[in-house]
Design a protein. Structure first.
Length: 183
């Protein structure tokens, strides 16, 4: 006897929530700074309550991980982190005012919520830029950027965000994202 379609769909949705539950439990244990059975159980209970009380879309991981491209992304990210830290420190201690702050829109290639979120997090962690809004429907990130004066600096920032997105797509993206990016 086969299961009804609705039951099968509910089971699939439940399995799609497992990565979110794992992340929430690990985050809970990290917040408490202890990896004990009690913190695991309380984290699991809290994670189940949170996912039942609030609608959270399931994390759709493509199932592919390219270790080489992920290492390249991590290396580039840490390099931009160091360079951005020195640039912001220089601007903070410079006697001249910071010129050309602005809000820019960056059109993303991917339609994946996971890749868009990871791109927004990576870009926000690099000093000198902050994601203000993410438009999921049109795949646009809006960023506030320090030193985004007229001319090439805005396009350089857009190119940098697209580079981060492309790196993440190569490392974690689905086949459809790879095809969309390469076309």
């Amino acid at each position: 006897m086969t299961e009804p379609s609705a039951t099968r769909t509910a089971k699939v949705r439940l399995w799609l929530q497992v990565p979110l539950l794992v992340v929430l439990v690990v985050l809970w244990m990290l917040l408490w700074g202890q990896f004990t059975p009690l913190s695991f159980v309380t984290g699991l209970i809290l994670a189940v309550l949170v996912t039942r009380a609030f609608y959270l879309p399931p994390i759709e991981f493509s199932g592919r991980l390219n270790v080489w491209y992920f290492a390249l992304f991590a290396g580039h990210f840490f390099w931009r982190l160091v360079v951005g830290s020195f640039q912001v420190a220089f601007q903070a201690f410079s006697p001249q005012p910071i010129r050309g702050n602005g809000v820019i829109a960056v059109q993303m290639f991917t339609r994946s919520d996971l890749i868009m979120t990871l791109t927004a997090i990576a870009v926000s962690l690099i000093p000198g830029s902050l994601v203000l809004e993410a438009d999921r429907e049109r795949s646009i990130l809006y960023l506030h950027v320090l030193g985004a004066g007229p001319g090439d600096s805005v396009e350089t920032t857009r190119a940098e965000v697209v580079r981060v997105e492309r790196s993440l797509v190569r490392a974690l993206g689905s086949r459809e994202d790879l095809e969309r990016m390469n076309s």
